[in-house]
Design a protein around this ligand. Structure first.
Ligand code: NAD
Ligand code: MN
Length: 356
């Protein structure tokens, strides 16, 4: 069997309670997949910062780069007031590991709530998040500005991975029947009616990429949507969206909004993807209000673990993990309080393991 080394970065708060769920699921994968796992526990977070003065130790980054095949990140606490020397380790980690895409699926449980089965692919490296801000004086008045930077290269890369995800989802759909989509589509989100230069470059780059390789991408329907009407449509009829690709800021906002469509933050998974590495990450934070109670929903982390495997090139075990989670949710019996249940984190993990 093939041995994969996975870095585990639990971080703070419930990060410590949910990351073991990902580890247990990997350990419980049937032997037919021919995979075994080694785990390395790595440090990062606000607690680590308080203890050592460093939120993301070099050792964590070096170990990921030299020893790990993939990783799982829990959550970190970030104080709302500014703390000298502290900045979020996940943001730094995405940068240092070249993880240019944040991939976030939002999926309903069949028969419950609003039908939705979409993936938001958010560009992770530029746009307003380059944080080139300044404040200056104009005729005795304070003015602040922030630079929004969009490059052709980053737009091309994010467009390409989004189209590949659309093709892959299409392929998976052909084998299963649990999707609300009949065919694949890509929706490019932009505001080029106003920002014709910056968002214009984003939109045009992806549109060209699509048109230049119709042989490969032609089975994916290409659509564009201006970001404000995107929000409207996403809440009115989320079922029409399959893969959605967006620049950093719109992607950030859309993906949190989309999470509201499926009930609990404790369900929503993500993957930070680069050309050579992937970090699975539940989208929720460290949840100090429920920390230590043993009731954190582990499903976001379990789904993130499956996504990590998928992007590492192991779609079959990933699909099996996703199916085990879906079965747990569909039965709607062993669930944590955020979903209205009475079960603990470990009860849910055990139920998912039983279904694997
Ligand atoms: P949060 O996601 O931690 O919690 C929001 C609400 O959702 C809380 O009521 C919480 O109990 C609930 N919740 C979240 N995950 C859950 C789960 N798995 N199971 C059950 N309920 C869950 O967001 P917040 O309260 O705004 O932030 C708390 C801390 O987390 C802050 O310090 C913030 O900076 C940090 N944060 C970190 C990340 C990250 O690491 N990527 C993301 C968001 C927030
Ligand atoms: Mn966000």
């Amino acid at each position: 069997p093939k041995k994969l080394t996975i870095g585990l970065i639990p971080g703070d708060g419930i990060g410590k309670e949910v990351i073991p769920a990902g580890q247990q699921v990997l350990q419980a994968l049937p032997s037919k997949y021919g995979l075994t796992f080694d785990f390395m526990n790595l440090k990062a977070g606000f607690e680590e910062f308080k203890n050592t003065g460093v939120a993301l130790p070099d050792e964590t980054v070096q170990t990921l780069k030299t020893k790990c095949d993939g990783a799982l990140f829990g959550a970190v606490s970030s104080p709302t007031h500014k703390v000298k020397g502290y900045s979020s380790p996940i943001v730094a980690l995405r940068k240092k590991m070249g993880l240019y895409a944040n991939v976030r699926p939002v999926k309903w449980v069949q028969g419950q709530g609003i039908p939705v089965d979409m993936v938001i692919v958010r560009e992770n490296t530029e746009d307003l998040y380059i944080k080139e801000e300044r404040i200056f004086n104009r005729n005795g008045e304070k003015v602040a500005e922030a630079i929004k930077r969009i490059s052709e290269k980053a737009s091309w890369k994010i467009g390409k991975i989004a189209l590949e995800i659309a093709l892959r989802r299409q392929k998976v759909r052909e084998q299963t029947s649990d999707s609300i989509h009949k065919s694949a589509s890509l929706t490019v989100v932009h505001k080029s009616n106003v920002l014709s230069v910056s968002d214009g470059l984003f939109r045009e780059t992806i549109s060209n990429l699509y048109k230049q390789d119709l042989a490969k991408y032609g089975s994916v329907e290409y659509k564009e949507q201006i970001v404000d009407s995107m929000v409207y449509k996403m809440f009115r009829e989320p079922q029409i969206f399959d893969v959605v690709v967006a620049p950093n800021l719109y992607g950030d906002i859309l993906s949190d909004g989309a999470a509201a469509l499926v009930g609990s933050l404790g369900l929503v998974a993500s993957a930070n993807v680069g050309d050579n590495f992937v970090i699975g990450e539940p989208t929720h934070g460290s949840a100090p209000d429920i920390q230590g109670k043993g009731i954190a929903n582990p499903i976001a982390t379990i789904r993130s673990t499956a996504m990590m495997l998928e992007f590492m090139g192991y779609p079959e075990p990933a699909a099996q993990i996703m199916a085990a989670v879906d079965a747990n949710l569909k039965e709607n019996k062993i669930t944590t309080p955020d979903l209205g249940g009475k079960s603990s984190t470990t009860d849910v993990v055990e139920d998912v393991l039983r279904r694997l």
